[in-house]
Design a protein around this ligand. Sequence first.
Ligand code: ATP
Length: 303
Amino acid sequence: MSDYLIETNQLTKKFGNFKAVDSIDLKVKKGSIYGFLGPNGAGKSTTIRMLLGLIQPTSGRVNLFGKPLKSNRIPILKRVGSMVEYPSYYGHLTAYENLNTTRILLGLEAKEIDKVLEIVRLTEVKNKAVKKFSMGMKQRLGIANALLGNPELLILDEPTNGLDPSGIHEIRDLIKSLPKKMGITVLVSSHILSEIDLLATDVGIITKGKLVFQGSLEELHQRGKSQIAIEANPVEDAAAHLINNGFQPEIEGETIYLQVGEAGPAVLNKELVMNGFAVNKLAVERKTLEDIFLEVTKEGATA
Ligand SMILES: Nc1ncnc2c1ncn2[C@@H]1O[C@H](COP(=O)(O)OP(=O)(O)OP(=O)(O)O)[C@@H](O)[C@H]1O
């Protein structure tokens, strides 16, 4: 059997002539927390809706647990819990009563409610009306609802949207505990890079409907190769001189960048100074995760 709990093949969704999701091959490993990252409007929710069978793909396939979703919808979706953006509740009902409506629909035993309330740490307020809950408590209730029925896979669309920092922290800790504590694989979408960085083991970056990066969080970090930044005067002439001598510099504003490996800082410094350029700064810089994100989303958008 495939090692992937979620595997899509050239998954595409068009709205009219507009491709909201364009030929994506998602691969989500068992036991991972897969951060599905992308700017607003990138296609995350549309992809998630297709994974949950809420909308039909225009083309391509979704396999969950190694089986095509199309022909095994009901047994497959029984193994999946989900929370899509801003879950809806009956505000006048308590947390317990809200969960009870789902429990009855799923035909589960009553004790399952206490179990999920405990996991999301809402046991003490289970008899409080949900309209009195904070946003963070409501999101935790949404996750409790998704956990009813012991899912093997949890799909959460922007679960930290609209939360304050302490709410975000709580949801993050909760999600992080799920693979270890309950053996659940999680796909979680977000448009916030730092969020995914703190939470995920694996990352898929989507922009304008295209998957522009997929791999472990470590692999994403490793793309941040070091580079040498040089501020030399006059900048255009200094860059031209380097090109004439076989280097491949790039200019951004007043700075020249070269990949580490082309030449060491000392060699570059000597080359420029000996040829009459004033070198005001020469430093080895490592790209931040944000730089990498901007780079892959830019590359993807122009591809
Ligand atoms: N039913 C629809 N009809 C037409 N266009 C749609 C429909 N649903 C989504 N879109 C468009 O598809 C694109 C992707 O939307 P989607 O909601 O999947 O993005 P997202 O990455 O989840 O962003 P956000 O976090 O802002 O929801 C957007 O340009 C959106 O306007």
